[in-house]
Structure formats: C-alpha cells, structure tokens
Design a protein around this ligand. Structure first.
Ligand code: GDP
Ligand code: K
Ligand code: MG
Length: 272
C-alpha cells in the first residue's frame, strides 16, 4: 500500500482524541516526545490501498512558544512534514478556533479543516457555509461528528485526494507594508546562511522573530547571520510589532468569519 502521514492539531477539547481513536481503533502507540514529558500518540489506519499514519498532537490555542505543547506541535509539523495537517475545529465555537488556523497556514504544510461537533452546532441552529469557508480560507473543509464516527470516510477520501494534489497551504495573512518590509529584510539575511535548517520556512522564522519568539531565536543562535538578524530585531519596537501582528490575524478572522457562519443568536430579536 501507499504511505500517508497525517497530524491532528487543534484547540484543547475539540474532539481530536475522539477522532484519533475512531480512526485508529486499537492500532495505537503511546510514548513521549523526545526530551520532554509531553505525551506522544500515534496510530495507523488502513484505508483503500493506503496505509495512513496518524499523529495526535498536543492541543493548543496558538503556536507561539509559551508552552512545551505549542513547541512540540509546531516543531513536529515543520520538521516531520506530515503530508497533511488536519486542524480539528469545534464547529460550535468556530471563531475561537480560527486563530490557530492563521498560524498553521504559515508552517508550509497542506491543511485540511475538520469541522467536528457538527451535531452541537446544528442542534443550536448555527449554520456554517462550507463552500464559503473553503473559498475564504483556501482550504478543504470536512464535517464530522467524532463521537458518532460520522464523516470519517469523507475525511479519509479528502486526505487521499489532498495527498495527490500539488502544494497548497491556505490563505496567509498579510501584515501590512511596514511589517512585510521587515519580514523581507530578515528573510534576505537568513537566506545568506547556506547551512540553515531548510525545513523552517523563512517567512515563518522571520515573523516569529518579529514577535519575540525566544525558541526560534535559539534555533538560529549559532548561525553566522545571527548578529545581523538581531540588528534588525533590535531596531524595531518589538512589543508594538507583536501586538500589530496579532491584530492583523484577528482582523483577518473578523473579516471572513461573518461570511462563513450565522449563529442562531444572531437572528434573535431583543424581545427574545
Ligand atoms: P481533545 O481535547 O481535542 O482531544 O478532545 P476529546 O476527544 O477529548 O473530546 C472532548 C469532549 O468532546 C469529549 O467529551 C468527547 O466525547 C466530546 N466530543 C468529541 N467529538 C464530539 C462530537 O463530534 N460531538 C459531540 N457532541 N461531542 C464530541
Ligand atoms: K467539550
Ligand atoms: Mg486529546
């Protein structure tokens, strides 16, 4: 059979582990990530002529470096390059889950969004326009109810389809002229280092440095272009950049979200 490697990511409590168990059943392996005490779960599923390896990454709200879980999740995606990164999303809490989406799209992997807990969203009368969502995020979206094993075949069919497709990684956020200039400036310096870790997308590294990410800083600490890179970082108001980058992500979400979803509450009148 043919091999496909997929990683499940998402906020805590969105149903990742339920989906992982539904997909892999008893074909699971539980260990630790090397060097840290974060649990690592992987499993296998045979589907059609494919042998699919599934990794259940730690749940995270973002991919900044504030916790070991976040670092484990993003390093895995960047270094192990799964064929598809599946973001499991709580359909009944969609907007809140999109911040992670904006960050995943910068990691350079193919993304597939699984809209889980569709039963809860439907019971509540929320409507999510899948076609619109796919178009706005430039990412395929599949509905599931993991607890009822609904949507699993649709998901696996989409995984296979995406694996065969050319590279895509959704809509990346634009951060405005000033920040985009700085990103380019840093990229130009970083690319001078022939021996850099080429698995790490230059744009992602540059954005993270502008956000003051010490973990990423550490990764380039021994680079011959480290000092030159830090000159650029030191020339900016780092906190201002960090805030502006986060604002741009929220702005992008606020722009697309109302177009992809109507909530039952939105249609209630004051007298209700
Ligand atoms: P994780 O933190 O993302 O791994 O989430 P879990 O798989 O642990 O699920 C969190 C809770 O949501 C559990 O109580 C699950 O039974 C429940 N759950 C998972 N998927 C669904 C779903 O599609 N619909 C509903 N109603 N509950 C779900
Ligand atoms: K829950
Ligand atoms: Mg879990």
């Amino acid at each position: 059979g043919r091999d496909i490697k997929i990683a499940l990511t998402g906020n805590p409590n969105v149903g990742k582990t339920t989906l992982f168990n539904a997909l892999t059943g008893s074909r699971q392996h539980v260990g630790n990530w090397p060097g840290v005490t974060v649990e690592k779960k992987s499993g296998r599923v045979s589907y059609k002529e494919y042998n699919i390896e599934v990794i259940d990454l730690p749940g995270t709200y973002s991919l900044t470096a504030y916790s070991m879980d976040e670092i484990v999740a993003r390093d895995f995606i960047i270094e192990e390059k799964p064929d598809i990164v599946i973001q499991v999303v709580d359909a009944s809490n969609l907007e809140r889950n999109l911040y992670l989406t904006t960050q995943l799209m910068e990691l350079g992997s193919k993304i597939l969004i699984v809209l889980n807990m569709c039963d809860i969203a439907e019971d509540r009368g929320d409507r999510i326009y899948i076609d619109k969502m796919q178009e706005l995020l430039a990412t395929p979206v599949i509905r599931t109810v993991a607890t009822q094993k609904k949507g699993l075949c649709d998901l696996l069919d989409k995984v296979i389809e995406q694996k065969e497709l050319a590279q895509h990684h959704g809509h990346e956020i634009g951060y405005g002229n000033e920040i985009e200039q700085k990103i380019l400036e840093i990229e130009k310096v970083l690319i001078e280092d022939e021996n850099r870790d080429k698995r790490y997308p230059l744009r992602w590294v540059s954005i993270r440095l502008l956000e003051g990410d010490n973990n990423v800083r550490g990764k380039i600490a021994n680079s011959p272009v480290y000092a030159k890179t830090m000159e650029i970082i030191d020339s900016i108001d780092q906190e201002e950049y960090e805030a502006e980058i986060a604002d741009k992500r929220y702005l992008a979400i606020n722009t697309v979200f109302p177009q992809m979803c109507t909530r039952a509450n939105d249609t209630l009148t004051k007298s209700d």
